[in-house]
Design a protein. Structure first.
Length: 412
């Protein structure tokens, strides 16, 4: 494949980066895949060999080297306590990622925006310039890597959903796979497969959480909309039950056990990472990883039905000798167990650490697609929402809003 052909995708990079976000979490956002406006002939025309990634020895060597530098890999299944496996990686056949996009919204159609979609909206299937890359160890399926090729260099992330690779390699129609699409926010690009069956493109749900079955649900274009609506409603109901369950648990106590888990994970995840990756997470030198400790956890909130709702997650500052390096996201699951679900914000961690009102911070508010769009501070007995970064001006922590002002702003 000539990668120069991908230059036309430059305007889509923002959306691709969103698809590669980590953060599997309880407030999963489902992509609403509507088919009533998509012609079958147009769909078939877009799923073809032009999106095939030819794995030359040079590309494979480059991708394997990049995969080995991913911090998530070190805590993936079978890897954490068996590092020699990293020397025996091979790549399977790449699976191109697609998304269904609304021309009106200029973004993947999700349940978050379902009220803005009308029957006359024009929808299309778009190739995302990304591939799901099966990663094997000595011929045994291990995990999926998502490979994204912008014009400058590949970007990768790792999907370590337990059992999915093994099921994939046992799937009877795996040789008919034409691509994948994202329905849920928790599995970027890869919760439905697109297979060519009897001269039609069929959307196959990889895993049904309600039944625990793999590859059982198949949908043609006319059936897909109702399936996603039902799926979104089921998830919303589960989400509301979860939020009610954890509503009064926004204070996170860093017990010795939890502290040890976070620190050990941070150390093992970054000690062997590339210099470029370390710098992107605010780590200037590896010696900083020998002196890790944690700052005060900051609960994450969302806005639902014009109310502030605790999400069941915290951003925990990872520090070295009193200086912030990055945030680790910790999640409380429905069974009352804590787990680390991602790391981010090296630059943001430093900016917030130097914020004059940092001692007044009581939470983060995530809006749009972010997790840390606003700081919530308690000042003069009022909750003030401080925009962390203003894209228009390039300024940090300058814009302050009351809750009612913020609601009006977000409605625009």
């Amino acid at each position: 494949m000539n990668l120069k052909q991908n230059n036309t995708m430059k305007n889509k990079l923002k959306m691709i980066c969103f698809l590669l976000l980590r953060l599997p979490c309880k407030n999963k956002v489902f992509f609403l895949l509507s088919a009533f406006c998509i012609l079958l002939s147009a769909l078939n025309a877009q799923i073809d060999s032009k999106n095939e990634l030819k794995l030359t020895p040079e590309i494979e060597e480059m991708l394997v080297a990049e995969i080995k530098n991913l911090p998530e890999l070190y805590s993936a299944m079978g890897i954490k306590n068996n590092l020699p496996k990293l020397e025996n990686l091979q790549l399977g056949k790449p699976i191109p990622q697609y998304r269904i996009e609304s021309k009106k919204l200029n973004r993947p159609v999700s349940t978050f925006y379902v009220s803005r979609i009308s029957d006359g909206d024009s929808l299309s299937l778009k190739f995302t310039n990304s591939w799901n890359m099966p990663v094997l160890c000595d011929g045994t399926p291990l995990l999926f890597s998502v490979s994204f090729f912008p014009p400058w260099k590949p970007e990768l992330t790792v999907d370590v959903v337990e059992g999915r690779m093994e099921q994939f390699f046992n799937y009877e129609h795996k040789d008919s796979i034409m691509g994948s699409i994202a329905v849920t926010y928790s599995m970027p690009g890869m919760d439905h497969l697109i297979i060519r069956k009897e001269n039609q493109d069929i959307f196959v749900e990889i895993y049904d959480e309600a039944t625990g079955e793999y590859f059982k649900n198949e949908y043609r274009l006319g059936e897909l909309l109702n399936h996603i609506k039902a799926l979104a409603q089921r998830e919303k109901e589960a989400q509301m039950r979860y939020y009610a369950q954890i509503a009064n648990k926004s204070e996170l106590t860093l017990t010795p056990e939890l502290t040890e888990m976070i620190v050990n994970d941070a150390y093992s995840g970054y000690i062997d990472a590339s210099d470029w990756l370390l710098s992107s997470y605010g780590i200037k030198e590896r010696a900083q990883l020998e002196h890790l400790h944690l700052g005060k956890p900051i609960p994450i909130y969302r806005i639902g039905d014009e109310n502030l709702t605790f999400e069941g997650r915290w951003e925990v500052p990872v520090m070295s000798k009193g200086e912030p390096l990055f945030f680790t996201t910790v999640e409380l699951d429905a069974d009352g167990q804590y787990r680390k679900v991602g790391s981010s914000g090296g630059n943001t961690a430093e900016i917030i650490h130097n914020y004059e009102y940092k001692d007044l911070i009581i939470g983060f508010l995530g809006v749009r697609f972010g997790n840390m769009d606003y700081l919530i501070i308690r000042k003069d007995n009022q909750d003030i929402f401080v925009q962390i970064y203003d894209n228009a001006t390039g300024e940090y922590l300058k814009n302050e809003y009351s809750f009612s002002e913020l609601l009006n702003l977000l409605k625009k």
